[in-house]
Design a protein around this ligand. Structure first.
Ligand code: IPM
Ligand code: MG
Length: 372
């Protein structure tokens, strides 16, 4: 009897997306065959791949499927060949539309240094060893979506580009709650990051977070930090952080910095969550890495971020910690045995392809499931 059932929509997308998605399907099949989960998988097009076929990066049909699935797992979108497309049909618009339509406001981006890979960071290993940070990025507001926006012509013939950073109390508070609650399960440290020294939206952000902290989360250690300082502190002393909560644009940048600190961008999953309604919340899981067009189609990309995105789905959407941990342990064991894709290759280790890595992890799931 299967005790955990779920329906996911796989959207492989562009670049290395389809390759890492294939490796993930291997893993899902193995988890289905060897554990108490039963995952129904549907697959469709997104981003450039969808544009090529349908002239739009996200069809209404795919959006509908995304709404009705328990979660979406998305590979990546974008590629050089789409760089000159009109703004509204660029591959990235699909991602932004999915985030907005599903109201996935809480973007959880863990940046964790794997023991086996602590020498892979560009920073000295003692600075990053054991580092384990979560950047919680607001994902459906701020300057990404604020109005007014656009490019307009000025009377003197110049052009003017406009975007607006805007946050409301509700947007800040609902994100803050998620952040404090994540910190509660961890080291209980929150850094709230804005530019209250130059932006009114930052002043409001700081006031609302401090108010929420004062009302409900006094047992959490809260610091307010300016975004530029946070960027500096991240490369100077990253282990001071536990959970960073921040807006959409700063979160975009700071999560790239913290991910790169781990030296293993190809290993980091992320989750984007909406509000919980009747015990269920809309969710989209995706690797932190992008479409990496320079290495696409070569079977050399690292599928681990994609595979760990599925583990995150099991934990956060299906609440099945057991199988989620089984998959995480399988990944760690395969690394422990010395298998590496090109991006994390070290001397004396075994270089494997994307598909090999998928089958190694699938086999490890089978082995481990006997004792789990
Ligand atoms: C990310 C990406 C996206 C963003 C792009 C692809 C639209 O950089 O998820 O961090 O800017 O949010
Ligand atoms: Mg980004």
């Amino acid at each position: 009897m299967k005790n955990s059932e779920g329906k996911i929509l796989l959207l492989p997308g562009d670049g290395i997306g389809p390759e890492v998605n294939k490796a993930l399907k291997d893993v899902i099949n193995s988890a289905d065959a060897n554990t108490a989960i039963n995952i129904e998988v549907e697959e469709d097009l997104v981003g450039g791949a969808s544009y090529d076929k349908n002239n739009t990066p996200l069809t209404d049909d795919v959006l509908k499927k995304a709404v009705s699935a328990d979660a979406v797992i998305l590979g990546s979108v974008g590629g050089y060949q789409y760089d000159n497309l009109p703004f509204e049909v660029k591959p990235e618009r699909a991602l932004l539309k999915l985030r907005k339509e599903l109201d996935l406001y809480a973007n959880i981006r863990p940046a964790k240094v794997f023991d086996a890979l602590k020498d892979a960071s560009s920073l000295k290993s003692d600075i990053v060893e054991g580092m384990d940070i979560i950047v919680l990025r607001e994902l459906t507001g701020g300057i990404y979506f604020g109005e007014p926006r656009g490019i307009r012509k000025l009377p003197d013939g110049q052009r003017e580009g406009i975007n607006t950073e805007v946050y409301t109390t509700n947007e800040i508070v609902r994100l803050g709650k998620v952040g404090f609650e994540i910190a509660e399960q961890r080291k209980k440290i929150v850094h709230s990051v804005e530019k209250a020294n130059v932006m009114e939206s930052g002043i409001l952000w700081r006031e609302e977070i401090m108010k929420l902290h004062n009302e409900k989360y006094k047992h959490i250690d809260l610091s307010n930090m300016y975004a530029d300082n946070c960027a500096m502190q991240l490369v100077k002393q990253p282990k001071q952080f536990d959970v960073i909560i921040t807006g959409n644009l700063f979160g975009d940048i700071l999560s790239d910095i913290s991910a790169e600190l781990t030296g293993s961008l190809g290993m980091l999953p992320s989750a984007s969550l909406g509000d919980e309604v009747n015990g269920k919340r809309k969710a989209l899981y995706e690797p932190v890495h992008g479409s990496a067009p320079d290495i696409a189609g070569k079977n050399i990309a690292n599928p681990i971020a994609m595979i760990l995105s599925f583990a995150m789905f099991l934990k956060l959407s299906l609440k099945n910690n057991k199988v989620s941990e089984l998959i995480e342990s399988s990944v760690e064991n395969v690394l422990g045995k010395g298998y590496r894709t090109k991006d994390i290759m070290q001397s004396g280790k075994n270089l494997v392809t994307t598909s090999d890595m998928g089958s190694l992890i699938s086999k490890e799931i089978k082995n481990l499931s006997r004792s789990f």
